[in-house]
Design a protein around this ligand. Structure first.
Ligand code: C2O
Ligand code: CU
Ligand code: CU
Length: 478
């Protein structure tokens, strides 16, 4: 058992301790970090996992106080769906909300006929999703609602959960790591209720006043392990994180679409809404180590969302790692997986997309949106019946995406993972499978995509759901 120093305890979540004597008793469950619950799966035959998930209003403890939220499986955030590569997940989903919803499996390479953003599950209905988890899938993904116009409110109220796909064979150096899921998700509570959206929130994206990990304020993760694997998911509507871990090395081993080719040492990890990263933390000494966020916080105003634009401050405490008696592994894996390089010069299909948020410098309003502050892609708002981009099954395509607006817009594509070729002409240093990439105002990124395995209609959009709900989304038909 670890004794916290008085100073460390006082910094934990602003809990008023008065002159309480600090000791092991404070390390009861009240102070302990907890992973989200696991969704229980039945495996009635080899290769098949079966589970039920329900979306419903629920009164739960969020940030250590009673809160009336929307919840998957009665928990905030939702339970972790942990499956194995190559198996089929038969997920019965019941909508017990008072409005339409559905599920989207963000980042997983699934047939768009199954992972269908156009499907509506009506109140009281049950829909069975049958997901063929790809053989080569591994990594951290997530699920959330995708009914156009309702995503921002449902996501902010709590509907989000992580998906972990375990590989067929774990890399030896990773198998020994103590594995945790950290869902970074903010919320604002007014009494017990989730705060509703203001007009300003519909412009900037709603940022919550409480920055939580797994629905809790800053907690203690006590460990005796020599190696931690932290799976980070940004499930917030509009909070951009810049994470630092003080006192221990931090190696990034995975991004959106699973493992990188080799661990990359980081001093800071930036996560835009929708993005994931996995960290390997060798516990090279014992002591207390804070994971902190140096992103925007909740206080930035109009036009200011995004990393680096939101002022100073010493960072917001997210998690305290309390390490004792750890013996770090003598050697970390130097190679993880091989990521085939998608060659942009071989791309026979090309797309150019311009994102606008109605706050153009110089030229006034962008056409198409019709209203002040229209959120558009190539001047148009979302129309589910229109096809914006056509692709050919099996082809490789180069997408050039430009942010002509004044805010950050994290650009997300369903179904097909991509590789970032360059940003403003600067080649991307680390090869990775991505599904979400943040664009600062003025940025141009080039992405290379392969339309593999499935044709169909799917979508791309800004992952600030307020922008998506107001039309910053398009249809890709392959
Ligand atoms: Cu996580 Cu279409 O989104
Ligand atoms: Cu998605
Ligand atoms: Cu946006």
């Amino acid at each position: 058992m670890i004794d916290l120093t008085r100073r460390e305890v006082l910094r934990l979540g602003g809990i008023a301790l008065g002159s309480a004597i600090v000791g092991p008793s404070l390390l009861g469950c009240d102070f302990h970090f907890a992973d989200p619950p696991l969704l229980s799966l039945a495996r009635p035959e080899p290769g098949l996992a079966v589970a039920e998930l329900r979306a419903a209003a629920a009164k739960l403890s969020v940030a250590e106080r009673p809160a009336r939220v929307l919840a998957y499986g009665g928990s905030y955030p939702g339970p972790v769906i942990r499956v194995r590569a190559g198996e089929t997940l038969r997920l019965g989903f019941t909508n017990d909300l008072a409005e339409e919803t559905n599920l989207h499996f963000h980042g997983l390479h699934l047939d768009p006929a199954v992972d269908d953003p156009f499907l509506h599950v009506h109140p009281g209905e049950r829909h069975v999703y049958e997901l063929a988890i790809p053989w080569d899938a591994q990594g951290t993904y997530w699920y959330h609602p995708h009914v156009h116009g309702r995503v921002a409110v449902q996501l902010f109220a709590g509907l989000a959960g992580a998906i972990v796909v375990d590989p067929l064979e774990e890399i030896p150096g990773l198998a020994a790591a103590e594995d945790h899921v950290l869902v970074l998700k903010d919320i604002t509570l007014v009494g017990e209720a989730v705060a509703s959206h203001t007009a300003m929130d519909w412009r900037t994206g709603k940022r919550g006043a409480l920055s939580l990990v797994n629905g809790q304020t800053a907690r203690v993760l006590s460990t005796t392990a020599g190696l931690l694997r932290l799976r980070l998911l940004n499930a917030s509507n509009a909070r951009f994180y810049r994470l630092r871990l003080e006192g221990l090395p931090m190696l990034q081993i995975a991004s959106d679409g699973g493992l990188l080719e080799r661990p990359v040492e980081r001093t800071e990890i930036a996560l835009a809404p929708g993005e994931r990263a996995e960290l390997l933390v060798p516990v090279v000494r014992s002591g207390f180590f804070w994971l902190r966020d140096f992103g925007c916080g909740a206080s930035s105003g109009m036009g200011g969302p995004g990393p680096g634009t939101c002022g100073t401050g010493g960072g917001e405490d997210l998690l305290l790692i309390a390490a004792s008696g750890a013996v770090p592994p003598p050697e970390l894996p130097s190679r993880l997986v091989t990521i085939p390089r998608l060659d942009p010069t071989a791309a026979r299909e090309r797309q150019e997309l311009t994102l606008a948020d109605g706050m153009m410098g110089g030229g006034g309003m962008m056409g198409g949106g019709g209203m002040m502050g229209g959120f558009t892609i190539n001047g148009r708002t979302f129309d589910p019946d229109r096809t914006d981009v056509r692709g050919t099954l099996g082809a490789t395509a180069l997408w050039q995406v430009t942010n002509a607006g004044m805010m950050h817009h994290p650009f997300h594509l369903h179904t097909y993972a991509f590789q970032v070729v360059d940003r403003n002409g600067v080649p991307e240093p680390v090869r990775a499978w991505k599904d979400t990439v943040d664009l600062a105002p003025g940025d141009t990124v080039r992405l290379v995509v392969r339309y593999g395995d499935f044709g169909g209609r799917t979508v791309f959009h800004c992952h600030i759901p307020e922008h998506e709900d107001q039309g910053m989304m398009g249809v890709l038909a392959v």
